[in-house]
Ligand binder design. Sequence first.
Ligand code: BMA
Length: 320
Amino acid sequence: MKIVGPAVPNMPWQERPSGGRDVVWRHSANPVIRRDATPTSNSVFNSAVVPFEGGFAGVFRCDDQRREMRLHSGKSDDGLTWRIEPEPIHWKLPAGVEPPDYGYDPRVCWIDDRYYVTWCNGYHGPTIGLGWTLDFKEFHMVENVLLPFNRNGVLFPRKIGGRYMMLSRPSDNGHTPFGEIFLSQSEDLVTWGRHRWVMKPEQPWESTKIGAGPVPILTDQGWLLFYHGVLTSCNGFVYHWGACLLDLEEPWRVIARCPSYLMSPQMPYEQIGDVPNVTFPCAALADSSTGRIAVYYGGADTVTCLAYTTVDAVASALGR
Ligand code: BMA
């Protein structure tokens, strides 16, 4: 399998530990972003990172010490050491759009000529907000693109068959005990329809609910999607993540799916925090020149972590 897209030779990278058998392995100095990364943060997790001007930029979920859920922008030279703005993003709003009650779990996606941000937006309950930025300083909100209740809105990085495409996970307004992934299509990024069902939980590790993670990675064999899958144990939810491959032209069709999780909460920074036993991926960097992939994921709803894999390793886990 080959990654189709730009080279990102300066992205964070560590080789798989010698003798390791895992498809995905953790950065040795996790977490890369601590819970106190801004002056007022309670926690910094479930955050999105992209290549930007020779370095990296991102949108970060920072819950503050009042426990308001806010999005902050940040920059980094190496993808490891981050300067996160102390003030939350102030969205420039089009007429008629209410300011967000809260924002969390952002994804960032370069399409055509700008960085689009999708996030779980508080609008009479959780739904999918969409906005854009050119410079990670000024942010423009477009619309709430789906009705409440919905979470995990993830754009594809290019039009497919002439339409923008977005994955999402219809939900309820609480700690939803169900969840399947759907796809919606749009000609203008404002009006979404032609909804297609994509997939439901299959394996025990994902049996309660699933939701799209990072922006899908284009490969020559399909769209590579990392997604989270939740199991309900006698002690509550356990958030794992895995991978699947979606059809290039009809991305609501699932071509392959890893039967086992690729990551489960096993390290202390994933098992202990504000919400124990959570690994929650929201961004991936992919280098077409080497096939390397770096995934940013939240640990225990408290810190931001990094893990690595290669497109070949994921392909074999997908049985390709
Ligand atoms: C989900 C979202 C995520 C969070 C996860 C685990 O419903 O709220 O932000 O990481 O629960 O608490």
